[in-house]
Ligand binder design. Sequence first.
Ligand SMILES: NC(=O)c1ccc[n+]([C@@H]2O[C@H](COP(=O)([O-])OP(=O)(O)OC[C@H]3O[C@@H](n4cnc5c(N)ncnc54)[C@H](OP(=O)(O)O)[C@@H]3O)[C@@H](O)[C@H]2O)c1
Length: 257
Amino acid sequence: MLDNRSSLTESPFTDSPVALITGAAQRIGACIARTLHQQGYSLLIHYRHSAAEANALAEELNRLRPDSCRCLQANLTDMTEVERLAEQVIELGRLDLLINNASAFYPTPVDQVTQQAWDDLINSNLRAAFFISTRLSNLIAEQEGAIINLIDIHAQRGLKGYPIYSIAKAGLQMMTQSLAKELAPAVRVNGVSPGPILWPEAKAALTPEQQHEVVSKTLLQRCGSPQDIADAVLFLSNAHYITGQILCVDGGKSLFS
Ligand SMILES: NC(=O)c1ccc[n+]([C@@H]2O[C@H](COP(=O)([O-])OP(=O)(O)OC[C@H]3O[C@@H](n4cnc5c(N)ncnc54)[C@H](OP(=O)(O)O)[C@@H]3O)[C@@H](O)[C@H]2O)c1
């Protein structure tokens, strides 16, 4: 649902490059939003449940630059809402950068797994990213723009206890490479694969001992920050001769043996 009652096309919003960031109300997505906004982007902040956080972020950024940030709501496991989100952006008429960041993340022990968990994890992490990207690719092509997917180092070596999430992120990695081929030369498609950045919450929360074990398996012996991820996204957004690449931002965790 478009939060803003006035038409998106009635403002200088699209005079600047426009970025759509999915799942951007908080955590890493919000940091990417602040970083791109600082670089002069107008932002479409997508959220599902976090309306208060999304609106607070938009107000914060609009105070810095009037009418530079708007919110769009959609549940990305619902294809009707995915299509509606894409249509709202097409109606706006400009998109330079799409960041597929939204993600569900929780364990799915194989002896308790449900089809509902499969649908939720695969559709939020993979199906939605594919259909948003393909629906918006012509609009992005008009700006010779880019798509950046937030993947995970566990796309390469699955995370024990999280098989469906790992499968979804492996699909997102292949989607990055496949769409780089399909959408070239007009649209570049790259990925950022974070290691441990922000600990998961709720049903995916880790004990202090589990957190310590994860950090001990990074070469740099610490977690990264959301800004480390946002900086990688910004780099790829400006890297005009890079496509089909996936940048691990993981403190060396994927090399650890
Ligand atoms: N945090 C890390 O250390 C880490 C490590 C490896 C990879 N990553 C990847 O980096 C990205 C950002 O990580 P994060 O930890 O900041 O993400 P997050 O907080 O777990 O999730 C980001 C947002 O995704 C949205 N989302 C989830 N399911 C959705 C659905 N069905 N429809 C629409 N939106 C949905 C939620 O929006 P609402 O709150 O509005 O519902 C949520 O705020 C993710 O792709 C994640 O997989 C993160």
